[in-house]
Design a protein around this ligand. Structure first.
Ligand code: G3P
Ligand code: CA
Length: 365
């Protein structure tokens, strides 16, 4: 987070040439090793996202955190699934054809856990011309083999079990999906999530978990009200999006209106945001000056510097080797721009093996 080779070299100019070089390299390697690779929905480039199988694969790839996105069922259970809908990643439309809402979507919240457990969980797809088309064509073939949706409790037991057998301490990176939507439906997903985390021993800033959300009003509620009431103080990451994603709504004067992410993106507000967030989770493009960036020359901006000045770490999302931005020629160039040039503290990736390999190569430089 703090060191570049040139800064360290300048600081150590009074020492001998050989010891400067050794000290600089050691400190740089240590700094690089401090950076974290977050397995985004598991090793989701290789196995269907959020399956326990994809979590096991990510675990063996040497990541520091494995991500859990969460939605709540009709009977108040937390399931690990990215959307608060079931239709992109399951056969719900085949098994429960009459249970879609008017918008055509099948909502997690309209199904019990038992019903959800009957579904087959698959690589994500869209419907095009009435046909299922896989989102990432080169990934795991959709609707092959058998995968099932699981609960947050099941995933925690899985990761804690692996931590025991593998002798490691891999962290959770939980995201409450659309707390505003759950509130509209009369459910408090953040409270339910904290209750499960507390039950499994995650209660303090030193606990190996990060609580992340796109919902700033809900993060304030979590930090100001829920965590103190429950005797908890976890690390938190505020996720940042663009307004046209319509990611979050907030209640204003009794009406649900779109949340304005420009507030969170303005560094003037970072001191206020840092009262609630241990870190920021921007999309990686927010770290770059896109007007100056060209293929082969990714130009970084001051985003990470401003976050660090306000004591916040930065974990951007999501590096995908099979969906690179046009300005990156290869995945290592993108990892370098994010982790070394922009100096982010970690990164979410669907390709945890490539992220870990990149850091290993950097530490040896
Ligand atoms: O939580 C970080 C990243 O996962 C945010 O994007 O949509 O994949 O949850 P999403
Ligand atoms: Ca997420």
């Amino acid at each position: 987070m703090k060191f570049t080779k040139s800064v360290l070299a300048a600081a150590l100019m009074t020492a001998s040439v050989f010891s400067v070089s050794a000290a600089v390299n050691a400190a740089y390697a240590a700094d690089v090793q401090d950076k974290v690779i977050v397995a985004h929905r598991g090793a989701s480039a290789y196995l269907p996202e959020h399956t326990l199988e994809s979590k096991a694969l990510a675990y063996t790839m040497g990541v520091k955190y494995i991500e859990q996105d969460l939605a709540m069922t009709k009977d108040d259970r937390l399931v690990v699934v990215h959307d608060h809908f079931l239709d992109r990643v399951t056969d719900v439309a085949d098994k429960f054809p009459n249970r879609a809402r008017k918008d055509g979507r099948y909502y997690v919240i309209d199904f019990t856990l038992d019903e959800i457990k009957t579904l087959n969980f698959t690589e994500g797809f869209e419907i095009k011309d009435g046909k299922r088309v896989q989102g990432y064509p080169n990934r795991f073939p959709m609707f092959t083999s058998v995968f099932k949706i699981h609960t947050l409790e099941e995933e925690i037991e899985f990761i804690q079990g692996l931590n025991k057998t593998m002798g490691r301490d891999i962290g959770l990176y939980v995201e409450t999906k659309a707390p505003w939507f759950h509130k509209q439906e009369g459910k408090d997903i953040s409270k339910a999530t904290l209750e499960v985390l507390k039950k499994y021993g995650y209660t303090t800033k030193d606990s190996n978990v990060i609580f992340q959300t796109f919902d700033y009003p809900d993060l304030k509620y979590v930090v100001d009200t829920l965590m103190p009431k429950m005797g908890m103080k976890l690390k938190t990451v505020m996720l940042l999006g663009y307004n046209d994603w319509n990611e979050t709504y907030e209640l204003k004067d009794g009406k649900w209106v779109p949340f304005d992410f420009n507030y969170l993106l303005d560094p003037k507000n970072f001191p206020e945001v840092s009262k609630y967030a241990t870190g920021l989770g921007p999309t990686y493009a927010m770290l770059f000056d896109l007007e100056k960036t060209k293929k082969g020359n990714i130009v970084v901006n001051d985003f990470v510097k401003n976050a660090h000045l306000n004591g916040m770490m930065v974990h951007p999302y999501t590096v995908r080797a099979d969906a690179l931005p046009e300005y990156a020629s290869n995945v290592d160039e993108l990892f370098k721009a994010i982790l070394i040039d922009a100096d982010a503290d970690g990164v979410f990736t669907d390709f945890p093996d490539l992220g870990v390999a990149f850091l290993e190569k950097q530490a040896k430089k």
